[in-house]
Design a protein around this ligand. Structure first.
Ligand SMILES: Nc1ncnc2c1ncn2[C@@H]1O[C@H](COP(=O)(O)OP(=O)(O)OP(=O)(O)O)[C@@H](O)[C@H]1O
Ligand SMILES: [Mg+2]
Length: 285
């Protein structure tokens, strides 16, 4: 276990001189309604970023549900919860997925995070902040809805991707998230992704309508990364426990992920808290 963790640490930190330290940026992926495709999006977006030569760590923060593990057909023994319980290092709980994707599972009991005693909170901060400068992006797959925990993640991240489908129920719930987040902090960088669209027109219309409503009622111009079609290869890949970007690299959903990744990477990066800022804001604010 210790050897394995050391090997992973050495491999990840390899060739990383001070000059090469990465600008770690945190991205929370959330939705109003559950089951809209957040976990599939997060995993495949992570792989899309890796294809663009980025180093990515995926953090499964969906409290109680080990979504990403299931999508990858993995069941990590160690999680954030056991790291705190057994006094492990962060390297003991990082798993290596396909294409060099790193991932951490929250584990059951992770929802206790915001109720930890000071000593455990410090341990969590100390261990996680080691990753600052080591990866380019930390993607956080959050739960759906407006729970206290979700809001903490959203308000602490550098970017927030809000996933919705074109269905009115999903849009209404997504709008509630925007309203709540906007009330807490109007500077949060929310970016919309519309998943499971019948066609491109439906996706683009959904984005345009959503942007119009937020502009009209909140005076907020909501960013958008694009839309993903409804694609039968997605559930097929889920059944195979393989990310669709790898199982069906040329399918419509995979092509959409590449477009969205390209769109994300060319956005200006106006401000950045980085990982330490994220942890401080999430834990102590
Ligand atoms: N673009 C798509 N085309 C077809 N099916 C999709 C698409 N995206 C997701 N799905 C299907 O929708 C279901 C839910 O996806 P996923 O688990 O990613 O959602 P989620 O938002 O993470 O759910 P939860 O809120 O429960 O965590 C899956 O069965 C998946 O196969
Ligand atoms: Mg999920």
């Amino acid at each position: 276990m210790v050897d394995q963790a050391n090997q992973l640490r050495e491999r990840v930190m390899q060739k990383k001189s001070k000059k090469e330290r990465r600008q770690t940026r945190t991205i929370a992926v959330t939705s109003g309604k559950g089951g809209v495709g957040k976990s599939n999006f997060t995993l495949n977006f992570a792989l899309g970023l890796i294809r663009q030569n980025k180093k990515v760590l995926l953090f499964d923060g969906d409290l109680g549900f080990a979504n990403v593990d299931v999508l990858l057909g993995r069941s990590p023994k160690e999680t954030i919860a056991t790291m705190l319980e057994k006094d492990l290092s962060v390297w003991d709980i990082i798993e290596e997925g396909p294409e060099g994707l790193l991932f951490i599972s929250g584990g059951s009991g992770f929802n206790e995070l915001f109720r930890l005693d000071e000593q455990r909170m410090d341990k969590f901060f100390k261990e996680l902040s080691v990753l600052q400068g080591v990866v380019d992006y930390i993607l956080l797959d959050t739960g759906a809805g407006l729970s206290y925990e979700n809001l903490r993640f959203i308000l602490a991240a550098d970017d927030v991707v809000l996933v919705t489908t074109p269905e009115p129920t999903s849009i209404t719930d997504a709008y509630s998230i925007v309203k709540m987040v906007h009330a807490k902090d109007p500077n949060v960088h929310l970016k919309l992704v519309v998943n499971q669209c019948t066609n491109d027109k439906e996706g683009h219309d959904t984005i345009a309508n959503f942007q119009r409503v937020t502009e009209q009622f909140l005076e907020k111009k909501l960013g958008a990364l694009g839309c993903i079609p409804s694609d039968g290869n997605v559930p097929s890949a889920v059944k195979k426990q393989s990310p669709f970007l790898l199982a069906y690299p040329h399918c419509d959903a995979s092509q959409a992920i590449h477009r969205i990744t390209g769109e994300y990477l060319q956005l200006p990066v106006p401000y950045k808290l980085g990982l330490k800022g994220f942890l401080l804001k999430m834990l102590f604010k």
